[in-house]
Write a protein of this length. Structure first.
Length: 721
């Protein structure tokens, strides 16, 4: 009979032959959480090494959460497995991540005799005395605090000096509570961004439209703004805007304080880092940008500008741009994502090939098809456990949501910063609304119901406006503005064109369905293979991400060997803030975003596996490090993961242990787990595991219990007990 313990791993009879004390009970993890009666005691030294595939054993037993001992059995001296064999390291033995785990030496004489008899058969190595851990069930209220007892004064805002002097778990807790207490975005900063949207983005688009044939003048807005030519130029300008670097990831709200954007300043410079699709292929597969890369990027920008200056957008003007976006994407995957392949490039293809085939308005059907699938997949991908924390985070950052009501976003502010029932309700309404938008619009255009059509247009306008005014991460407000404009232009001003008309060009229709249906479907079920942008998991809270851990020995300065447009976020803060306490506090606040989202919970398992002492390392968001090195970032962890680390290592030359990276993959659809890996810049993969998120739904964003004790003093959970 298989038996389980609270750290959510299962063991067969042969692996668990060392029996626990007679007083122990053996509930399943969920049973242990539902009762508060007894404890489970297990011997963690009799656990076998965990396989690298966290699913089924030969007997069908499901193992959803375990660590892989990479090469540990093959060669314990191997550098790749060195971190997994350190005597006091959390991953040197199986350990429980339950917040209520305590180490116990209690065991019955019979159990001790049985352990000593069977210890030699342990797959972990030579016989050694068993180490028992006691696993106690816990409600959330019993364990939400970390290493300190709560006091009446332990409420935010916490003094920065107290935050930076606290052990890591308490430091993180207080940073999260200070974020929940504050209003992060200044009105002046918001004014800067909205001036950018209205006067620069929209203003320059209006300028491009003035070159159109039969342009009636700016003040006859209704006569020119929703024409086919205006829509086409809006699409081309949106792509050009992003490729220049003015769109997603721009400015101080994206931790670009000194140099507000990369974009053309990075892409048009030889020697900068890139991520080729075919690494190692001569001429096109290098890790640094050459003259060919720069030339093709600039050529594409020039051709896009030529389209914008033209009196009419033709297929002959668009076709070279369409091809160059693909070619540039082969040379650097980053550029393909910057150009928003899944949206702008697909619509550009629909416009180009329908016009080449001689159809005047068929591009409207192709564009409607694109808009509809974006809404559908974006809504479907939000049907998860992550999106409520996204709503909580976004609305707390938003400048227009009343501060008096912001605390209602949390289950029990300030002690329980999980999403409240209100946040869950908002999340449910949000993804249900998004999925319903294309359905309403399709029915309205098919039946000619103008009232229903107007209702659908108002719905998507309200939906995207809500996102835009609440300052979403990465600030993709330009994209939301385009979704509103395009929705009205396509559905309200061209109601006579049906999506089904795309069947007139079956090859193009099939190619679009592949991009708009097959790729997102595969990307949602196998997220490790597809970026969240082509998978259309927009703002679902379920993204791949990385945390870069630099040892505090000055090794971060090695990044200065790279050609890049600006400094990393921590370097910018060091240039801006003189007071050491304020600087340390600002750095502590930089990591809050990741931890308060549900997707941050795998870090509770991966961080002890990555480093010995958290105080010896400085944690950087891979998103921000990658943005500085690659010239662009927008929430895609695939861009700032192992391929990037491998690309910079020959230039930077990090020593073993100086730079570690925790890489966490997105949660697959209909699967409650997130896979994570730990890399060393010099040694490669050193650990990996699978986290079952259902076991963390009732836990706070910060470390608690055994993990908190371990991280607070740089000790393994065994020693911390």
């Amino acid at each position: 009979m298989a038996w389980k313990r609270e750290d959510r791993r299962e063991f067969s009879d042969s692996a668990a032959s060392a029996a626990p004390p007679e007083s122990a009970v053996r509930p399943t993890p969920m049973e242990a959480r539902r009762n508060d009666r007894r404890s489970t005691v297990v011997n963690i030294r009799s656990c076998p090494p965990f396989s690298n595939r966290g699913y089924d054993d030969a007997d069908g037993t499901r193992r959803p959460n375990r660590l892989r001992r990479r090469k540990a059995e093959e060669d314990p001296s191997d550098s790749g497995s060195r971190a997994l064999n350190r005597p006091n390291h959390p991953t040197s033995r199986a350990f429980s991540l339950s917040p209520r785990v305590g180490v116990s030496s209690e065991r019955s004489p019979a159990a001790e005799a049985e352990v000593l008899e069977t210890a030699g058969r342990s797959t972990l190595g030579p016989a050694e005395p068993p180490l028992w851990i006691t696993v106690e069930p816990h409600p959330y209220k019993e364990h939400h605090m970390t290493t300190t007892e709560p006091t009446t004064a332990d409420v935010p805002p916490h003094d920065p000096a107290r935050v930076v002097e606290a052990p890591f778990p308490d430091r993180l807790r207080m940073a999260c509570q200070n974020w929940a207490h504050s209003s992060p975005n200044l009105p002046s900063l918001m004014a800067l961004y909205w001036a950018k949207y209205f006067f620069v983005l929209i203003g320059i688009w209006a300028f491009w439209c003035s070159f159109n044939a039969d342009y009636p003048g700016f003040f006859q807005f209704s006569e020119w703004a929703f024409t086919g030519e205006a829509f086409k130029k809006a699409m081309v300008w949106s792509m050009c805007w992003e490729l220049f670097g003015f769109g997603c990831g721009w400015g101080p709200m994206n931790a670009r304080y000194e140099t507000w954007f990369g974009g053309i300043r990075h892409f048009a410079r030889t020697g900068t880092i890139k991520l080729p699709l075919f690494r190692g292929v001569p001429l096109i597969g290098g890790d640094t940008r050459n003259a060919l890369d720069v030339g093709l990027y600039l050529l594409n920008q020039i051709l896009l500008l030529r389209v914008l200056f033209a009196p009419e957008v033709t297929a002959e003007l668009l076709l070279p741009c369409f091809v160059l976006v693909l070619v540039n994407g082969l040379l650097d995957k980053t550029l393909f994502l910057v150009a928003r392949y899944e949206h702008y490039w697909v619509v550009m293809g629909a416009i180009t090939f329908t016009m080449l085939a001689g159809y005047d308005d068929l591009w409207v059907a192709g564009s409607k098809l694109t808009w509809s699938f974006i809404w559908i997949w974006a809504g479907v991908s939000k049907w998860n456990k992550h999106f409520a924390s996204v709503i909580m985070f976004m609305m707390n950052n938003g400048p227009f949501f009343p501060k008096a009501l912001k605390h209602q976003l949390f289950t029990d502010y300030p002690e329980d910063l999980r999403p409240s029932r209100f946040a869950h309700t908002m999340a449910n309404f949000g993804h249900a609304s998004e999925v319903s938008i294309p359905i309403i619009l399709f029915i309205a255009t098919a039946t000619g119901n103008e009232t229903l059509l107007l209702a659908g247009c108002i719905l998507f306008t309200g939906f995207h406006t809500f996102i835009g005014i609440n300052n979403p991460n990465g600030m993709p407000v330009e994209w939301n503005i385009l979704m509103i404009y395009g929705g009205w232009s396509l559905f309200w001003f061209h109601p006579e064109v049906s999506i089904l008309e795309m069947t007139q060009m079956p090859l193009l229709f099939g190619a679009m369905l592949f991009s708009l249906f097959a790729v997102p479907l595969y990307g949602n079920f196998v997220p490790a293979r597809v970026s969240f942008l082509p998978a259309m998991r927009y703002y679902a809270g379920n993204w791949a991400y990385n945390e870069w851990l630099f040892k505090k020995n000055g090794c971060r300065d090695k990044l200065q060997k790279l050609k890049k447009y600006g400094n990393t976020t921590h370097e910018q803060l060091e240039n801006m803030i003189e007071d050491e306490t304020e600087l340390a506090y600002a750095k502590s606040m930089m990591g809050v975003m990741r931890w308060v989202h549900l997707q941050g919970r795998p870090l509770l398992e991966a961080l002890p596996a990555a480093i010995d002492d958290v105080e010896d390392y400085e944690m950087h968001s891979g998103e921000l490090v990658g943005g500085a090195i690659l010239g662009w970032n927008f929430g895609d962890g695939h861009l700032n993961g192992w391929q990037l680390l491998r690309a910079i290592q020959p230039i930077c030359g990090f020593e073993p242990g100086e730079l570690r990276m925790i890489s966490v993959e997105s949660q697959p659809m209909m699967n409650p787990t997130m896979h994570w890996q730990v890399y060393d810049a010099a040694e490669g993969l050193i650990a990996e595991g699978v986290t079952d998120l259902t076991e963390y739904l009732d836990q706070p964003p910060w470390p608690v219990g055994e993990v908190a004790a371990a991280l607070s003093g740089g000790r393994s959970p065994e020693a911390a007990g």
